[in-house]
Ligand binder design. Structure first.
Ligand code: ACO
Length: 515
């Protein structure tokens, strides 16, 4: 904010001042304000200010239904107003104005006699200071800004580590099934054997798409070239939210929100797969109550029980992508919940944020890049051309990780396990290595490394997942994280409502008459 050096209040103040006496009526004071075209009168006893009556006070007065002719200024004024000295620097006066939320401050000399009045409008007009409430300027993209407290987990970018409720997410992906991690996020702890069984029993019936929604799915899937599984799943999920009458989070207690969250996480994968199959001209495959989450997910794609190795690969991917700090989609879910909106709306907004290529929309693009490069020999030319011409390498770079993304490392291992002849992974690893080196050379100091999306596309392709399902699959796991975050937000909520720094031409500009 630009503040003029050396300017004093005297340079800015208006003088003489429109005054009133405490015994004047409100009607008289209002008349004086109107006649002089000012927004306040200073109430004086002799030449000493004893109060201030502003337009705001008049509004309050008229709302009270009082008689302006009978009411005294002394009853409606703000008594003993803050004052400033004419010699005070503009910056200090401005600070006082904005800290106390006053619009006008009487200016008094050393003896306390009224000399003038200074207002925000004076400051704006003369000093070109933008009148704002106390603000904290934050970096573009809110980089590094902490906006909430959470017990769900966090991401330690420099260490290349992230966890869910204290447990390394990578270790969870190595050792546990998805339902365990879902339980951890929702219930706060990993389940015992019997808790797991009970949790799975709760999930299984919720996977079934409600009949009234199922009926509508063919129309969402039959959009020809315009069909997008993510858009369609979002629309279908919106119907689930309506059909189940999700209440605003402001009116729902934790138990109710948890029920909605359980349903959302269980049914979303079924919607994705049913819509995809319908778009391919096939009948949806009902979820198999005997299969765990990940195996059932692949089963709903093909109608066949999947190879356990493929199901495990998908499960590990899903576990590793459930939650990841205050990423853009999670933040979106939190913001929507902070308004008291229902859990479904928060998930829908988060899905929108996830769809962007800078967030969850990258894995199919990363796979396209690998296909385009095609061979080890072509790698360097392709990468140099891409980075040199200002394109972003999909699957590289991260807001928080300035080293290897641990999810990428995990998925590289999964890809190695799946790639029997090793050909594809050899190319991927070569591209990964050269991309890091070329980015270091052409984008020095940016610390760009592969992120989760680089190997995600490869792993999903290897298990037979069609590329249009990559981002919706990411959505399936992330809905667990989002809903855990939504419940946490709702439990201790305050509206998330930041500010923006206006940088356009200075107002007020008279509104021209229409031509
Ligand atoms: N390829 C080439 N250059 C890059 C890349 C990339 N993948 N990522 C960042 N840069 C460069 C930018 O061009 C910029 O350079 P400049 O200083 O010369 O302008 C610099 O690095 C910083 O980039 P920002 O966009 O400011 O970094 P930010 O932290 O905002 O972006 C992001 C992070 C969006 C992930 C970025 O790295 C990117 O676009 N990556 C490609 C898309 C991608 O892989 N997205 C998936 C992310 S993982 C997830 O969401 C699950």
């Amino acid at each position: 904010m630009a503040e003029p050096q050396g300017r004093t209040v005297k340079d800015l103040m208006s003088s003489p001042v429109v005054t009133a006496s405490p015994s004047d009526t409100v009607a008289q004071a209002a008349e004086s304000m109107k006649a002089a075209g000012v927004g306040s009168v200073v109430v004086v006893d002799g030449d000493r200010p004893v109060g201030i009556l502003t337009e705001r006070d008049l509004v309050k007065f008229s709302a009270s239904g009082g008689e302006a002719e009978g009411a005294k200024v002394s009853e409606w004024m703000t008594a003993d107003p803050d004052t400033v000295k004419p010699s005070e620097e503009v910056a200090a006066a401005f600070k006082s104005l904005s800290e106390h939320n006053y619009r006008h401050i009487p200016v008094v000399d050393g003896d306390g006699a009224l000399q003038g009045i200074v207002s925000l409008r004076d400051m704006m007009r003369v000093a070109r200071i933008v009148p704002v409430d106390p603000v904290t300027e934050v970096p573009p993209g809110l980089e590094g800004v902490v906006v909430a407290e959470t017990k769900i987990g966090d991401v330690r970018g420099k260490e290349g580590f992230f966890h869910y409720r204290q447990y390394s997410a990578v270790e969870l992906a190595e050792k546990r099934m998805l339902e365990d991690v879902w339980h951890l996020l929702f219930q706060g702890e990993l389940p015992t054997k019997s808790e797991r069984e009970k949790f799975i029993e709760e999930i299984t019936p919720l996977r079934v798409i409600p009949d009234d929604v199922m009926k509508v799915l063919p129309s969402l899937a039959n959009l020809g070239d315009c069909f997008s599984p993510l858009d369609a799943a979002r629309s279908a999920f919106s119907l689930v939210v309506s059909s189940q009458d999700f209440k605003p989070s402001l009116d729902a207690d934790h138990e109710e929100l948890r029920k909605q969250a359980m349903l959302s996480c269980a049914v979303f994968p079924s919607l994705v797969m049913a819509l995809y199959r319908l778009s391919e001209g096939k009948e949806p495959v009902d979820p198999d109550p005997n299969l765990p989450y990940a195996a059932n997910y692949l089963y709903m794609l093909t109608g066949e029980e999947p190879d356990p190795e493929n199901a495990r690969a998908v499960e590990q991917y899903l576990i590793a992508t459930i939650d990841h700090g205050f990423n853009a989609s999670t933040f979106t879910a939190r913001v929507i919940t902070s308004t008291g909106a229902d859990l479904g709306s928060a998930v829908l907004g988060a899905l929108g944020a996830l769809s962007g290529p800078l967030h969850g929309g990258a894995p199919s693009r990363a796979l396209d890049m690998l296909r385009d490069i095609g061979s080890i020999e072509k790698t360097d030319d392709w990468l140099r051309d891409a980075v040199g011409s200002g394109r972003r390498l999909m699957g590289f770079g991260h807001r928080v990780y300035k080293t290897d993304d641990p999810r990428g490392t995990l998925l590289r291992g999964v890809a190695e396990r799946l790639d029997k002849d090793g050909e594809r992974v050899r190319l991927a690893k070569h591209v990964e290595k050269r991309a890091v080196e070329i980015l270091q050379e052409l984008k020095p100091g940016r610390s760009l490394y592969p992120n989760v999306e680089f190997y995600a596309g490869i792993v999903m392709d290897m298990v037979g997942m069609p590329p249009p399902l990559f981002t919706p699959t990411f959505g399936c796991s992330r809905v667990i994280g989002w809903t855990a975050q939504i419940m946490e937000q709702a439990a201790d909520n305050r509206l998330i409502r930041p500010s923006a720094h206006y940088i356009g031409p200075e107002p007020p500009q008279p509104v021209p008459d229409p031509e």
